[in-house]
Design a protein around this ligand. Structure first.
Ligand SMILES: Nc1ncnc2c1ncn2[C@@H]1O[C@H](COP(=O)(O)OP(=O)(O)OP(=O)(O)O)[C@@H](O)[C@H]1O
Length: 449
């Protein structure tokens, strides 16, 4: 029987048994049929099928119970549940107990065919040549930067040097390339790592709030200032202030930031006492600040204050040699966080990942893998799931058939970009090459929030 793929049908309805058997035999599979749960379990042990199609309603024991017993024998068994009921709880229960897929009666042949083909392929991958995911070593509780390309190794050296001093650092890199991660690791490797790491998102700062956010205010300093409030600089103590997206800071606020950086002194709004900050400053930007200087959008003197040490993070597409290590690392993390148990990936997956340009960089990779893992369910990360997660749809996929309108495509692309940037409007607008107001208008137009 080696070589022929085996499938077991456990269903008490004769009509279903017959049509399924015929359909699956025509696909060249060896088929075994059982009409009750207990018979099904017996056949499962004798016939050793790669895939089981299991009705949830059986005359003797419930299909869910049969599922549990099969999973107890082989946690990798591929069980496709069928039911006449569209009930969420049973579905969730079945999926929680390890069902591979769930399809409803009346059976849709295409749906069944897809589920069977996919599960057979996984069963096959599990036993044929495959790539085994290496477990990423994870330093507990610490942030970890994955990468071994020369530029990343150079970066580790720089971080090592920075751990010995408190120099201001400017980190440049595209969205999602790991700027905040680098800032956190610099902080964690410094001698003041028990002090706070405080983030200031420069895209959200407006004139009236800037000083109060950064420097704090005294009680009654302005309408609404009921209590004294410490600013971010004070909160950071001797730790780190992370100025995220510093290139987006309006010119008027750049002057205020510069003044602070020159003297490291500030007063709370409405106060008289001069306070001194010992926090390390790390700024990040996904703009080219020199270009902004040329365009008159960023102050040259501020740039010089910030770029005492500059770290330029290459986009993911320029360090594809790190891809495998990143994939291993993220899958281990996703398994831990989501309780999935992916330990192999289909061969083609790495080629697809390597062929993509990753405009959303490492964050996009992480998001794509999370989506694909959820879609793959079993122990193998599937090519289809990765393609769908990236948004590369096969030509015959319903996602891009010839009847898809341009509006529909645009809507999908916007949604995808928004999800890749975790809903960050500025980042999404940048990737899509439109202004924030335009993107906002489109979101509204398509009924997206
Ligand atoms: N080299 C890396 N190793 C492991 N994880 C990484 C690496 N680079 C980025 N990440 C992860 O990718 C995600 C995005 O990284 P991060 O938030 O640091 O990017 P960013 O450049 O600050 O993005 P943005 O410009 O949009 O703010 C985070 O979950 C981060 O932990």
């Amino acid at each position: 029987m080696h070589g022929v793929k085996r499938i077991l049908i456990i269903d008490d309805e004769t009509a279903i048994q017959e049509s399924l058997e015929m359909f699956l035999r025509e696909k060249g599979l060896a088929v075994c049929v059982a009409g009750t749960g207990s018979e099904g379990l017996e056949q499962y042990l004798v016939f050793q099928p790669q895939v089981i199609v299991l009705d949830i309603r059986l005359p003797d024991i419930s299909g869910l119970e049969v599922l549990k017993q099969i999973m107890a024998v082989d946690a990798d068994a591929k069980v496709i549940m069928i039911t006449a009921y569209h009930d969420m709880e049973t579905t969730i229960e079945a999926m929680r107990n390890g069902a591979y897929d769930y399809i409803h009666k009346p059976l849709d042949v295409d749906e069944l065919d897809y589920a069977v083909t996919k599960s057979l392929r996984i069963a096959e991958t599990a036993t044929s040549s495959r790539q085994v995911i290496r477990r990423a070593i994870h330093a507990a509780g610490r942030h970890q930067i994955i990468g071994h390309t020369p530029v990343m190794r150079g970066l580790f050296k720089t971080i090592g040097l920075l751990s010995r001093n408190r120099a201001t650092v400017l980190i440049e890199g595209e969205t999602g390339s790991g700027k905040e991660l680098i800032a956190r690791v610099i902080h964690e490797s410094s001698s003041s790592n028990d002090e706070p790491f405080i983030t200031v998102d420069c895209t959200t700062l407006v004139d009236s709030l800037f000083e109060s956010e950064l420097f704090g205010h005294e009680r009654g300093a302005f309408t609404g200032a009921g209590e004294m409030k410490r600013g971010r600089l004070e909160l950071a103590g001797e730790g780190t202030i992370f100025l995220d997206e510093v290139g987006d800071l309006p010119l008027s606020l750049q002057a205020k930031l510069l003044r602070f950086l020159e003297y490291r002194e500030f007063t709370r709004v409405g106060g008289t006492q001069t306070l001194c900050s010992k926090a390390r400053i790390i700024a990040a930007t996904n703009h080219n600040l020199s270009d902004l200087v040329t365009k008159g959008l960023f102050r040259r003197d501020l740039l010089f204050r910030l770029k005492v040490v500059t770290i330029t993070l290459p986009p993911l597409r320029e360090r594809m040699d790190d891809l495998q290590a990143l994939v291993d690392f993220f899958i281990a993390g996703i398994n831990r966080d989501l309780g999935s148990r992916i330990n192999r990936i289909e061969r083609e997956v790495m080629n697809i990942l390597k062929g993509y340009t990753w405009p959303g960089n490492v964050r996009e990779l992480k998001n794509v893998l999370t989506k694909a893992v959820l879609e793959s369910r079993g122990a193998v990360l599937l090519t289809d799931a990765v393609e769908t997660a990236i948004g590369i749809f096969p030509l015959d996929s319903p996602e891009t058939d010839a009847s898809t309108s341009l509006d529909e495509l645009e809507k999908k692309h916007i949604l995808k970009t928004m999800s890749e940037t975790d809903g960050n409007l500025s980042a999404a607008a940048r990737i899509l090459g439109v202004s924030r107001p335009t993107l906002r208008k489109r979101l509204k137009q398509y009924g997206m929030r």
